[in-house]
Ligand binder design. Structure first.
Ligand code: DHB
Length: 469
């Protein structure tokens, strides 16, 4: 960098960082880039300052992953913008709980971050360790809770540099899709928790808190220890793409476990009272599925709507709204994407088994049910003692269940109605549990959309402005 004395002093005065400190953000160490970004308002020519991979902890395990980029707009369509007090979007690109690196990024990467800078916001794109990383002694160093610890370290880095890093560190908004959506939701739900402190200290994370203001989560693959049961409750009657049924005894056992779990959540909704496994289908249908179909059909041309309705006769359209039954909806979705159990596989073959690996053990069970039905031959008789604590550290529902006071209070939650990577109940329960706490929740589903869909990216950017304004 080319930091001058004036900037170094300014840094000392206004933030926790000091000039000699390796976690001090260097405000001058950027390159200036001009690019065209396509938005809902047409193409915008955005000139921005780009800070390439900055290691966000003092004692990284692997800098390839434990680094972040910063992108700050300075002019949009030729008009200067001042992002000093703009919201900061922390947008991860994690998928599959796999390692995610920005170490070779040469500019703003994800389309979500691009839209953010085109709206005048600051975009931070963090990398994080992931489940497949293994060192030369065979140790898995990216399994749970590594990814969330790294993302929290990134948030702490940003807040630590308040005043020198552009943007308002009181207005940090997280975003991610799928595993990245799960981790974004977890950042929002677990803000300020001390559960991760030992892990963060070991990395030399910045001395600042990791509270975030608002959270966006698309198709979050979360609530993992309850997701096998949720999956069977939701998709248990759907066949695999091969046309085969999953083991119906396993499906029934898991469904029964989910019924207990769902009642135990004690969630309530207007017109339904307590949401149990018995009224959850009606609730999801009326709250998400029918509105999704309605808005999809309303946006079609008359011809396209007529065509859609004639090939989807399960759906009734009265001219302004769509109605149908839960079982017809399940038929419409067709095959399920995953076998039973979907997440804690009996043979330890699921990605989530690897996510709960430890030391030199690549994959482990994280539910009693799958442990009891282990076919890998490496089971043991009880879950390893670190598993319950790690499940909590990976599950936003744990922190919501504790009514964590430091959680984000603004939530943007989305998923597709044809996403069978997990149960729809995961989004339904995440959103409803936050609503029950009184948070501001903007949740909807995209009709007929598959895993990973984001059909209203511009609306999310507008929403950030609304909730932070
Ligand atoms: C993702 C998808 C999955 O089906 C899963 O189990 C975990 C993560 C993903 O796309 O990130």
């Amino acid at each position: 960098g080319i930091a001058g004395g004036t900037n170094a002093l300014a840094a000392t005065a206004s933030s926790g960082a000091t000039a000699s400190d390796s976690l001090a953000f260097d405000p001058d160490a950027y390159t200036e880039i001009t690019t065209t970004i396509s938005t809902d308002d047409g193409d915008k020519e955005v000139t921005y300052h780009f800070w390439s991979a900055i290691t966000y902890v003092t004692d990284p395990v692997d800098e390839t992953y434990q680094s972040l980029t910063v992108s700050v707009p300075v002019s949009i369509d030729g008009t200067a913008v001042d992002a000093t007090d703009a919201p900061i979007l922390v947008s991860n690109s994690i998928g599959g709980y796999l390692p995610s690196s920005v170490s070779s990024a040469t500019g703003v990467s994800s389309s979500r971050a691009q839209l953010a800078i085109a709206a005048g916001y600051v975009a931070v794109e963090p990398g994080a360790r992931g489940r497949t990383l293994v060192d030369s002694s065979g140790d898995y160093y990216g399994t749970a809770p590594a990814a969330i610890v790294d993302l929290k370290a990134a948030i702490r880095y940003v807040r630590y540099n308040a005043g020198t890093i552009p943007g308002d560190t009181d207005k940090i908004v997280t975003a991610g899709t799928s595993a990245g959506g799960a981790l974004s939701a977890l950042l929002g739900a677990s803000g300020g928790s001390s559960l991760y402190d030992d892990y963060l200290s070991a990395l030399g994370a910045a001395d600042a808190d990791d509270v975030v203001y608002a959270t966006g989560a698309w198709c979050p693959i979360t609530d993992l220890e309850n997701a096998d049961g949720a999956y069977e409750w939701n998709w248990g009657s759907n066949t695999l793409s091969s046309g085969e049924e999953v083991d119906q005894d396993v499906s029934a056992d898991l469904t029964a476990l989910f019924e207990t779990y769902q009642s135990g959540l004690g969630l309530t909704a207007d017109d339904y009272g307590t949401i149990t496994a018995d009224n959850l289908d009606d609730y999801l249908l009326a709250t998400y599925l029918e509105p999704a179909a309605t808005s999809y059909l309303a946006d079609l041309s008359d011809d396209d709507r007529t065509t859609y309705l004639s090939s989807n006769t399960f759906l009734t359209w009265d001219g302004s709204s769509a109605t149908f039954s839960w079982s017809d909806y399940l038929d419409h979705v067709g095959s399920r994407g995953k076998d039973a159990p979907a997440f804690d596989a009996f043979d330890l073959s699921a990605g989530e088994n690897n996510e709960f690996g430890v030391d030199t053990t690549e994959a482990r069970h994280f539910t009693d049910y799958s442990l009891a039905n282990d076919t890998s031959g490496t089971g043991g008789t009880s879950l390893d003692s670190d598993i319950p604590g790690k499940l909590d550290m990976m599950n936003p529902m744990y922190f919501i269940g504790e009514s964590n006071e430091d959680r984000a209070r603004y939530w943007w939650i989305r998923t597709g109605t044809k996403d069978t990577d997990t149960a729809l109940t995961v989004v339904g329960n995440l959103a409803l549990s936050l609503e029950n706490l009184g948070d501001d929740v903007n949740a909807l589903m995209y009709w007929d959309a598959a895993h990973g869909a984001d059909e209203d990216p511009g609306d999310f950017i507008t929403w950030i402005g609304d909730v932070t304004g």
